[in-house]
Design a protein around this ligand. Sequence first.
Ligand code: ATP
Length: 473
Amino acid sequence: KEVLVIGGGAREHAITLKLLHSPIISKIYVAPGNPGMYLAEPKRVILLGIDVSNVNNIIEWCKTKRPDMVVVGPEDPLNKGVAEKLAVIGVTCFGPSSRAARIECDKSYAKDFMVRHNIPTAQYRSFTSSKEAKHYVMNETNFQSGYVVKASGLAAGKGTLIAKTKQEACEHIETCLDRKVFGDAGTTTVVEEFLEGEECSVLAFTDGVNVSLMPAAQDHKRAYDNDFGPNTGGMGAICPFDLVESDSQLREQIKREIIDRAIKGMHDDGHAFVGVLFAGVMLTPLPSSFSASNKGGRPQYRISTLEYNCRFGDPETQSILPLLETDLFQILLACVSGRLNTIEIKWKLDVFTCGIVIADAGYPETSITKGQLIEGLERANTADEYSLAAPAAASNDDDDHRIAFVIHAGTKFKDDQRRDIVTNGGRILTVVGVGHSLESAVEKALRHVRTIRIAKSRFRSDLGRRQIARAQI
Ligand code: ATP
């Protein structure tokens, strides 16, 4: 079988490594791909130089090459209708239609959808007039913990501002609605209550009716250690996330109220969602769970949906997929053919992963420096290793630091010789450590990160800190 993977980030590299493990896949085309994907198996991975920002280029390529499946990494092509355009030419696509992708691509619509389908989410209102939005903030609400102001459309993660004061919230409203900094993406703006708690990412495979949850993960959105600095696309993720994975009731509640209701809602609304549905979930501790009457009991959480994404997450995917034991391609096939209920999906839950993003020093605030030489990337990862199927992974020896994978994102070959690799973006690499405890996974990832040299770069060194502290209690 031949597959086309759209995208060139770390998420798509991780997906490609997993697909390479499938014995029935002979060739993977990646557009545009990255050097890491190619180096994983140069004979089976082919980098395509097509411009995927224009969906018609993808369609034209597929008309002649007719791949057995197209797997879409980022949301942009889905928003532009690549799934339905591929359906017209009879090519199978893993990823939802643009109608279903609206759940990510239009936040105002997504919030209304959640309310309509009784899905827990923060209080909000949507506006097209800055005067009305500011009036809402100043006179109609008093959110004690703060406000979140979001450009409704896709703004590459930059359209959302967490505002501690009403004044700050009003300034971002003006940025979106008056100064139109985000263009069309900001012509509708959502103002919502800031929720406190711990955030996690819950991803699920779905065929439009049936749902299968992946192990929960936790991203680290802020740029700097201890959650300081601006929001980024994500500075790294840990998996499994303990609060959800060690509490079957909480996991079941998230599945029922946040994932199942969304899948049923889209199905009932006439645009079933096929692909990976990603929910950003806030867990807010309930005061009652700390009361004397709950002595010895588990902390209780209120769950709220922060956002849905219509595809695999980045950086979550890099940390989740090593735990997958079932053939990824078989799962994708089951989703697109409406028979997800016929396969059993197995996960390796006795190991932990920690993926640390190495970013350009200027990311995300100032300009980034492309073309920096990356040193210390001795070898590429093979698909077998990433599937934890290599002998080293079977070992119980937590000191075995061969168990760390380098996943590429903003990288490119320096020249046609395809030897030296240079930086080519804000988020450059994700290094994933694997261990029999989270602490060991973090330690391995950090050790490996420190062997990679990029002059102007940085990374967070505090990933998983809260979960590690909980494990020590
Ligand atoms: P991305 O695609 O990078 O996740 P985005 O532009 O789609 O970002 P949101 O997902 O809506 O924007 O918000 C980005 C981040 O802001 C969330 O992951 C979360 O950390 C924080 N956030 C959003 N809404 C809230 C809220 N109501 N309370 C607290 N934090 C929030």
